[in-house]
Design a protein around this ligand. Structure first.
Ligand code: NAD
Length: 463
């Protein structure tokens, strides 16, 4: 029997619909209609996780690592498509970094004192079900990294992701649950709701079964979490300045700064957002940025157009510009960028709106300073007291120390691109939740545990 063209089309669309349905229903682990049910399910799962051996928890973590690697490209593409932000290549690298270097159960350590009066242990115990709010800038990276640390600590987690990144966040949550099931653990070690909103977030913040809240995002969400009456870990906004003095390797500083600033189109909160350069080397630095690192020097006219385009009249960021490439941003203001353009630079005062605002776009304003002292003052002003991240290019250790003390940030990268602080071309572990406001700094499994002292009086010391 031969099929007509319309019959054939009908069959094809039926098959596609079924495949989509299957893909949709496959990605359902941990997603619930309402927040109360999601929390209840995470609580049931936590009852199982808290009595699991460390080996069993580690097995879940190792399968999450494998699944992230297998899905890195898919999830990176999904993130870029859904949010319109960032670029696929760098997002793949971010996922591989999470998979390879996020600490697991080895981060859970016990401290012991033994002596004449017995033995005392301080152990890291789980909080229970943690409530986590995640940003659209690193949606799946944050969900995956948080989940690994929280599960390693014996917790389960309920996420209220950014509404602009629901699909990507749910995909990541599903992977975490698939890993748990494959390891012989429970479903729903990470959960969320179908449509996260401020209302679902409010339910989570008030819920009696959520003892700890972790907020990754701008100032609004961190303040909301810290006002909840519960313990809160607040990973807030930054505006990291990169200071360059005359002792630095200027050519390398230009390269490091542009590499850090353009990584994932400047979305990471730690990325260089502006430069403060000592006057005597400022022109040389800009020359290397333009000639060797794909920087486009914006005229005053282009700066004005960009400022009007990327910042709204009310002073908010234009969401259609966040995480876009330099080429796209230039096209938006009618400039056809030369081939290979990676970053937009210009010189301006620290008060310039494109310099003082945390843009999360590859636009890098350069502020000229009279000398090192002036550079430190301007950089501290530009960081706005966020105490988040700052960077310096200098060969003078006394100056580096002086800057570090003055700016007082959770992260300070010396003589490298900002992402070195995440263990990417630097030592140490990564995280996408840097608790700048509340002081935990780079979070890991240990951050998501509570200290519990266990004392045996006058026994068990066998020295
Ligand atoms: P955002 O503040 O708009 O949103 C972050 C999350 O908070 C989202 O899930 C959002 O729905 C929620 N939210 C916002 N206001 C809320 C409120 N009043 N109550 C409850 N939930 C609320 O941020 P974004 O655009 O998604 O991310 C970019 C911002 O996050 C930047 O400022 C960046 O510096 C910061 N950030 C910080 C870190 C860090 O580790 N410190 C990491 C990533 C992003």
């Amino acid at each position: 029997m031969e099929m007509s063209e319309s019959q054939l089309k009908a069959v094809v669309s039926e098959v596609i619909a079924r495949v989509n349905l299957k893909a949709d229903s496959a990605a359902r682990h941990g997603v619930f209609d309402d927040m109360n049910t999601a929390i209840e399910k995470a609580k049931e799962a936590q009852r199982i996780v808290r009595v699991m051996s460390m080996d069993q928890r580690e097995k879940i973590i190792s399968i999450i690592r494998r699944k992230i690697k297998e899905n890195a490209e898919t999830i990176a593409r999904m993130g870029v498509e859904e949010t319109g932000m960032g670029n696929v290549g760098d997002k793949i690298l971010k996922h591989l970094l999470v998979a390879e270097k996020t600490p697991g159960t080895e981060d859970i350590k016990t401290v012991a004192w033994s002596g004449d009066r017995g033995l005392t242990l301080v152990e890291m115990g789980p909080f229970g079900v943690i409530g986590a709010i995640t940003p659209c800038t690193n949606p799946s990276e944050t969900v995956l990294c948080n989940s690994m640390g929280m599960i390693a600590g014996g917790n389960t987690v309920v996420f209220n992701p950014h509404p602009q990144a629901i699909r990507t966040s749910q995909y990541a949550i599903n992977l975490v649950n698939e890993a748990s099931l494959e390891a012989g653990g429970p479903d729903n070690v990470a959960v969320t709701v179908e449509n996260p909103t401020l209302d679902s977030s409010a339910i989570m913040m008030k819920h009696k079964d959520i003892p700890l809240l972790v907020a990754t995002g701008g100032p609004g969400v961190v303040t909301a979490v810290l006002s909840s009456g519960k313990r809160g870990i607040g990973a807030g906004a930054g505006n990291p300045p990169a200071l360059v003095d005359e002792t630095a390797d200027i050519r390398k500083a230009a390269k490091d700064i542009v590499n850090g600033c353009t990584f994932d189109n400047n979305l990471p909160c730690i990325a260089e957002k502006e430069v403060v350069a000592v006057s005597s080397i400022c022109d040389e630095l800009m020359k290397y940025m333009i000639e060797e690192n794909g920087c486009y020097l914006a005229s005053k006219e282009v700066q004005d157009k960009l400022a009007k385009t990327v910042i709204t009249e009310k002073g908010a960021l234009n969401r259609k510009c966040v995480g876009r490439s330099a080429k796209v941003l230039l096209e938006m203001v009618g400039v056809k960028a030369p081939e290979g353009t990676r970053c937009i630079i210009f010189e301006g005062p620290k008060e310039h709106p494109l310099i003082t605002t945390e843009l999360m776009m590859p636009i890098l304003g350069i502020v000229r300073a009279k000398d090192f002292k002036d550079a430190v003052e301007q950089a501290v002003w530009l960081e706005h007291g966020n105490r988040h991240s700052a960077h310096i290019h200098s060969k003078n250790v006394d100056r580096i120390t002086e800057y570090a003390r003055a700016i007082d940030t959770a992260i300070l990268v010396k003589n490298g691109p900002s992402y070195a602080a995440l263990g990417f071309g630097g030592e140490g572990f990564p995280t996408f939740t840097i608790a700048s406001r509340t002081g935990e700094g780079l979070t890991s499994a240990a951050t998501f545990t509570k200290r519990r002292r266990c004392t045996m009086s006058d026994s068990l010391c066998i020295r």
